[in-house]
Design a protein around this ligand. Structure first.
Ligand code: ADP
Length: 589
């Protein structure tokens, strides 16, 4: 009988008769007890087993966590960047061992100390405001600081920090990284240094070229001017040849100086393109008249084929387009002994705002060897070693054309067959002009030494020029053109004259003794004579420094006339300025 049932019966103390009566019932209770015992025993075994499994799982988990932690710590301690955690009080809470390598401070000596103890800003002040504990907007910061190492060396660090937030949004601390950027900073400083040196070297080159250009152009102005004057003075037949050679050589020298200056301007990125209305048809006519003479001298034909759809007026840089065309046509004529040179100008397409026009210069000349085609666009490069001796030139023309066209978003192309000839071509997008055809004449200002009207003769011009030869040249021109003038030898004298006279135009050399042209112009603008506020002051200068346009504006001048000047150009410019002045004066009166 089950021990528990036995104990219950003993406690109940039934007599035998009762026991006999409940005998069947007791057997059932006994079976129930035994069954319960069996179940219990089974549950205990199951529990025991589960508990063992639980223990093992726990153990495995523990091992895993330990292994992951050790892996993490291995990773954290093996990366070069410092990983850190800062607590809510702003004290270092965790740092990997990169901290020791970076700063020389022991991690254990650092933990618990305020984070800013080890960081200084660019002025060497402690960085206290990196983490603004009160700011709600703070999410992450990425800043560059200097950090002080244990041996008092300064290193540059990139410090980035982020808030750690719990699921319910409470801030639990800050984590981040510190990266050593000392090397990067050194490279940056070296680059800045190199750039400054390059800029100052470039400036020195620019200054040198501009001074050189002034120095060369000033005497050239006299040579070109005097050769023009002598040719105008009806020379004898035998003198004519010499004078023409003199004029040609001085103009050639001038071209060389201009090419070198242009090339410098383009390569230094300071070439500014004009965007003004110009008469394309008139420009092409000008080219026709210049090059017809040249080609006739060589007994070859020069033909311009104009598409009848070409617009008359367009917008763009007239001077530079003319320069490119002149360069290419000049080469074509130079390298052609017989046959013809053709400039073909064709309208390719037209949009609402612009025309696309193709320019093609074909010659029947010597052609270019295939292996030299790429070379000829390089500066100072010619196809043959004897080109300079045979044909002259510097090898700069095509390099300038190519670069100018690049600035204009175009490309210079060439096809050539040795012994047969070459074709140079490019397409330009030229904006449509908004001016009316009736205004076209004003654009052309072509006055070619027509006698001045009486009205224009009444205007007096002041010329400030310190160079004796240049004074002689301009005096002769102005006298020839019947223009009344005064001469000042320096800036001070120009100011004095402007104070006491009424001039319709002032031509001002820039580099002069006592007072230079800039200061003299500014001083003239500030005199009491009200006419001096409006009188056109033009810089008559051989300088072509790249900032000259801005400078003349700053000093109150209205424009530049470049020396050496082409007499025709000077004449038409003077007429244009004087007519404008007259109109203005009439309006003011
Ligand atoms: P330059 O004409 O002053 O020598 P360019 O840069 O204008 O310099 O031309 C470079 C070289 O390209 C020339 O020296 C010449 O060898 C070659 N070249 C240019 N245009 C032509 C042409 N139309 N026919 C043959 N060769 C040419």
């Amino acid at each position: 009988m089950h021990r528990l049932l036995k104990r219950q019966l003993k406690k109940a103390d039934f007599n035998q008769q009762v026991l006999d009566q409940i005998h069947l019932f007791l057997d059932q209770v006994n079976d129930a007890y035994n069954a319960f015992d069996n179940d219990l025993c089974h549950v205990e075994t199951v529990l025991e087993k589960s508990s063992q499994e639980l223990y093992q799982a726990n153990q495995r988990l523990k091992n895993n966590v330990e292994s992951v932690t050790s892996q993490l710590s291995k990773v954290a301690n093996n990366i070069k960047e410092v990983i850190f955690e800062i607590d809510l009080d702003g004290n270092w809470f965790y740092l990997n061992s990169a901290w020791e390598t970076l700063t020389g401070h022991k991690v254990k000596d650092t933990l618990g100390k305020p984070y800013h103890t080890f960081l200084v800003d660019q002025e060497g002040e402690s960085v206290q405001k990196l983490i603004d504990f009160n700011s709600q907007k703070f999410s992450s910061r990425n800043k560059k600081f200097q950090s002080l190492t244990k041996d008092k060396k300064t290193i540059w660090v990139d410090f980035s920090v982020k808030r750690i937030k719990s699921k319910d949004g409470a801030i639990e601390g800050y984590i981040g990284t510190i990266v050593d950027i000392t090397h990067l900073k050194e490279v940056e400083v070296a680059l800045i240094d190199a750039k400054e040196k390059a800029t100052s070297a470039n400036k020195a080159k620019d200054d040198f070229l501009s001074t050189m250009s002034h120095e060369i152009r000033t005497p050239l102005n006299a040579v070109v001017g005097i050769s023009h004057l002598l040719l105008m003075e009806d020379p004898k037949k035998e003198q004519l040849e010499n004078l023409n050679a003199l004029k040609f050589s001085s103009e050639h020298l001038l071209e060389l100086v201009s090419d070198i200056l242009d090339f410098n301007k383009i390569t230094s990125g300071s070439m500014e393109l004009e965007d003004a209305d110009f008469d394309l048809e008139n420009m092409l006519n000008g080219i026709q008249s210049i090059f017809s003479n040249k080609s006739r001298e060589k007994n070859i034909r020069f033909i311009i084929k104009k598409d009848n759809l070409l617009p008359k007026i367009v917008k763009g840089d007239n001077t530079r387009l003319k320069q490119i065309l002149a360069n290419l046509i000049n080469n074509a004529i130079k390298f052609t002994e017989k046959g013809k040179v053709v400039l073909d100008v064709e309208m390719i397409s037209e949009s609402e705002e612009a025309h696309i026009i193709n320019f093609e210069i074909t010659d029947t000349g010597i052609g270019i060897p295939e292996d030299k085609i790429d070379k000829i666009f390089n500066s100072f490069s010619q196809a043959g070693s004897d080109t300079t001796r045979k044909y002259g030139g510097t090898g700069l023309g095509l390099a300038i054309c190519k670069k100018l066209l690049e600035i204009m978003d175009s490309e210079l192309k060439v096809i050539s067959t040795l012994g047969r000839g070459s074709t140079f071509s490019f397409s330009l997008q030229l904006e449509k002009s908004e001016i009316h055809e009736s205004e076209v004449d004003n654009l052309n200002n072509y006055h070619r030494f027509e006698p001045l009207t009486e009205d224009l003769q009444s205007v007096k011009v002041l010329v400030a020029e310190d160079n004796k030869l240049n004074r002689l040249v301009i005096k002769k021109f102005l006298t020839n053109w019947n223009i009344d003038f005064d001469i000042a030898y320096d800036g001070e004298m120009a100011l004095e004259k402007a104070e006491n006279n009424c001039y319709g135009l002032i031509l001002m050399d820039l580099q002069m003794p006592k007072m230079n042209g800039f200061d003299a112009s500014l001083a003239i603008r500030n005199t009491d004579n009200p006419l001096n506020k409006v009188v056109p002051i033009y810089a008559l200068t051989a300088s072509t420094g790249i900032d000259i346009n801005h400078k003349i504006e700053e000093y109150g001048m209205n424009g530049i006339i470049c020396k050496p000047f082409d007499p025709e150009e000077l004449y038409s410019t003077l007429v244009k300025i004087i007519s404008k002045t007259k109109v203005n004066q009439k309006v003011t009166a």
